[in-house]
Design a protein around this ligand. Structure first.
Ligand code: LLP
Length: 421
């Protein structure tokens, strides 16, 4: 028996138990139908470009590609993932766009080769690409001077942010665009992750003013990502129609001004992938420390970093091994890492935030909900812990889409140097 969570469960307890049995824990489990359903809610936008940093497994990318999404990449690795997932460079509209503030040399080589358009977050990027690939298609990612986010760390606008081209430097950016004859596709603004609707109006106005001030003719605008999802059961969903209407109104103002159609893109990551995944862990120990009761699981912040990094909240469900109902008690859920901050129930100021949870026993499963975005993709090998497997459920079919990394995989990277010589 599952201990009920107020959120509608993505998978049945029986399915998760079977997956845990088959692939071990910790394990990420994704639902393809939820990925598609989230994408469908944004279908009024001309193009939805998945910000794959949220969840970059090629099989997840493939599901979204087949459902009609385009893709964004922020590194050479993400570019290669997009290609592996079947996105093709050289199409119109561009199936892949490279968005960053820094152009690494390896990524530059590949952009020149593939002609994948670049969304420039710094003027240096424009010069570096222009020198090698005159006429290359570019977007300008502008920092409008303000931002918003669910955490200070996810606010990507304003003068404290390293992201985007500062709005007052638009003329400098355009000079570089002109110097190299770069093909300006459009303007892009992403002011942060988890931004609220009140900022939307301001961003839309900033976008319209930016295009008008630029004096340029553009084919497209992108509102970036940032759409929030309800992590807590009482939080409500954003209204995708209202989100679209605001951007559509901005686009229409530009169409009147430019006297031709303007394509409207969105670049969400969390909205598509977040609700589509869970992290399944196993309880390995319980203990009481003075007034605090701890449930320790086999996943740490190396597997799911959001709580430690932002104090982010994930709903937690206990699946008792014996299915029997358990009494509830305030519980701190923590992981196995040698770090005091390896706690899943904490506030953004790193205070313990015990959660009323059914009393856990070793061997029970503990499920972290809404972990499809910035879960697996932010995981690391800290404490020499191998990356965990990822499983995709599509139409009842359970498929392993990333095997568990082995300790041998880790050790293999460290070269065998003959100490004798
Ligand atoms: N576009 C750009 C240029 C971005 O920088 C990001 C996120 C997105 C789109 C997608 O944002 P989304 O729709 O997923 O909010 N690790 C943090 C989020 C950091 C996001 C970084 N950039 C978290 O776990 O909340």
């Amino acid at each position: 028996m599952a201990v009920p969570s107020e959120k509608a469960p993505l998978f049945t307890p029986a399915t998760l138990r079977q997956i845990a049995e088959q692939f071990g824990t910790p394990v990420y489990v994704y639902d393809a139908d939820t990925l598609r359903a989230q994408l469908e809610k944004l279908k009024r936008f001309d193009h939805v470009r998945f910000a794959q940093k949220a969840c970059s497994n090629v099989h997840v990318l493939r599901v979204l590609r087949e459902a009609g999404a385009l893709v964004d990449c922020v590194s050479l690795g993400e570019l290669e993932r997009a290609v592996r997932a079947g996105f093709e460079p050289g199409q119109d509209p561009a199936q892949i766009v490279y968005t960053a503030d820094v152009l690494t040399k390896d990524a530059l080589d590949r952009l020149v080769e593939t002609k994948v358009p670049m969304n420039a977050g710094s003027i240096d990027m424009l010069a570096q690409l222009g020198t090698r690939s005159p006429g290359h298609a570019v977007w300008l990612r502008m920092n409008p001077g303000f931002g918003s986010g669910h955490s200070k760390k996810t606010n990507t606008g304003g003068e404290s942010s390293k992201h985007g081209i500062w709005h007052e430097q638009l003329p400098d950016a355009l000079r570089v665009v002109d110097h190299f004859g770069l093909d300006l596709v459009g303007f892009h603004m992403h002011i942060g992750s988890g931004a609220d609707m009140t900022h939307l109006e301001r961003v839309c106005d900033a976008m319209v003013n930016m295009v008008v001030d630029s004096g340029r003719d553009v084919r497209a605008i992108s509102g970036g990502g940032g759409l929030s999802i309800p992590y807590r059961s009482h939080e409500s969903n954003i209204d995708p129609q209202a989100y679209f209407e605001r951007w559509h109104a901005a686009r229409q103002r530009l169409e009147v001004y430019l006297e031709h159609p303007v394509s409207l893109e969105l670049e969400p990551g969390r909205y598509l992938a977040g609700p589509a995944g869970v992290l399944v862990t196993e309880v390995r120990a319980t203990k009481s420390m003075g007034g605090n009761h701890f449930t320790l699981v086999d996943a740490g912040f190396n597997d799911l970093m959001r709580a430690s990094m932002y104090g982010a909240y994930h709903e937690i469900t206990l699946l008792p091994q014996d299915g029997a109902p358990r009494a509830t008690r305030p519980t701190v859920v923590a992981g196995p890492l040698c770090e005091s901050g390896d706690v899943f129930t904490q506030t953004s100021s790193s205070e313990l935030d015990p959660r009323p949870l059914p009393e856990a026993e070793v061997g029970d499963l503990l499920v972290f909900h809404d972990a499809g975005a910035y879960g697996a993709s932010m995981s690391s090998n800290y404490n020499s812990r191998p990356l965990v497997p990822e499983v995709l459920i599509d139409g009842g079919k359970v498929q392993l889409i990333r095997r568990r990394q082995t300790i041998a995989d880790l050790l293999q990277l460290e070269l065998d140097i003959d100490q004798r010589g």
